[in-house]
Design a protein around this ligand. Structure first.
Ligand SMILES: [Zn+2]
Length: 368
């Protein structure tokens, strides 16, 4: 495991984010607020675990941090260090006392978080899903960031940094967590999950370079089976009319819902339980359908263009290759654009069933 020996980081890739993080740590941790951002499933949580270990490691030789052996590293990775406080909009919402607004709850929490460190010299204040906070809550957060002390380091985590106030962003050192190069992700999957090379290859491709998504698929064989069935159903719907397509949506949502697939990086409460409501569960189901649908559409596009070499990680099934050629590129590009918009809409607040109906209407029609 070259990656571990080299750095002590356990997440994969992200060379420039690592470099910035190490630099910040060497400066004595009192630098600017860190903003860890990247798409869902990219592995922000694993990267933050590395940041926390780096911050709390007590190995005397700073160049060997995080050592992953000391108590500081262990407590940091378990997110149980006495000097770590973790907040999020979902947590503040739940911590409200009767009649209290979420802003008031957030202010109260931030005031508590400003307390003195217990064990070490510094407290780390980790705010997850910072981009989910409304403007008032962000203003309360901004106020806390405007009064920096050398005893506190803030780490903000966000899918969409553009949803943060510019005044917050300007106070942050951004650490972008992105897609991992194919070969690096394959090696990581082989190391971490003891997977054979061909399986690791397939997962890295399915996850489109997103490391947390790839690991999730590695841990859930039922997700892969479901994905295969979904692709077969979508291909057969190419030959069926609107009524059949709309009728299929309910079953697709039910089946995806039964997978109980965690949205990558869904809010987690103090006991480590994922926070789910019926509405968020249905959106999660629709999102994994749209993700899998997009990857099928992209494979079809590669086949339609007759340019498999453009997607070197791709291994097209003969059926996909044949259907792609029959469809041609234009209708597939149209559906890909729509699915991408739907994906973003679902992450906001779009209605899952309506979103899938729109996708079904744009899914091309093949003569039998
Ligand atoms: Zn350590």
């Amino acid at each position: 495991m070259i990656e571990t020996l080299e750095s002590g980081f356990q997440s994969v890739g992200q060379a420039s984010a690592r470099r910035i993080a190490r630099h910040a740590a060497e400066r004595g941790h009192s630098g600017p607020t860190l903003l860890v951002h990247g798409p869902p499933g990219s592995g922000k949580r694993a990267f933050v675990d590395d940041l926390l270990a780096l911050a709390f490691c007590i190995e005397p030789d700073a160049s060997r941090r995080p050592c992953n052996a000391c108590r500081g590293c262990r407590d940091a990775r378990a997110r149980a260090h006495p000097d770590l406080v973790i907040g999020s909009t979902d947590a503040w919402r739940e911590q409200r006392s009767t009649g209290e607004s979420i802003v008031a709850a957030a202010r109260r929490w931030l005031l508590d978080a400003a307390g003195a460190p217990v064990v070490g010299e510094r407290r780390v204040v980790l705010i997850e899903h910072a981009d989910h906070a409304n403007e008032q809550v962000q203003n309360a957060l901004l106020k806390a960031l405007e009064e920096p002390t050398d005893r506190h380091t803030f780490i903000l985590v966000a899918d969409e940094p553009s949803r943060l106030l510019p005044t917050i962003r300007s106070r942050c050192q951004p650490l972008r967590i992105g897609r991992v190069p194919h070969d690096e992700l394959v090696a990581h999957l082989m190391n971490r999950r003891s997977l054979p090379a061909d399986q690791a290859e397939a997962l890295a491709r399915i996850a489109d370079g997103l490391s947390a998504t790839a690991l999730r698929f590695a841990d859930r064989a039922d997700l892969l089976d479901w994905r295969r069935r979904l692709h077969a159903e979508l291909l057969s719907l190419l030959e069926r009319g609107r009524a059949d397509r709309f009728a299929a949506i309910g079953d697709l949502l039910d089946e995806a819902g039964r997978l109980d697939a965690p949205l990558p990086e869904t809010p987690v409460d103090a006991d480590g339980e994922t926070v789910r409501t019926p509405a968020s569960a249905q959106r999660a189901a629709a999102l994994i359908i749209v993700d899998a649908w997009l990857s099928l559409a992209r494979d079809l596009l590669v086949a339609a263009a007759g340019r498999a070499e453009l997607a070197p990680g791709t291994e097209l099934s003969p059926e996909v290759a044949r259907i792609g050629l029959r469809l041609g590129t234009a209708p597939i590009i149209r559906v890909i654009r729509l699915l991408e918009r739907i994906h973003d809409g679902l992450r906001e607040n779009a209605a899952p069933r309506l979103a899938l109906e729109a996708a079904m209407l744009t899914w091309p029609q093949l003569e039998r």
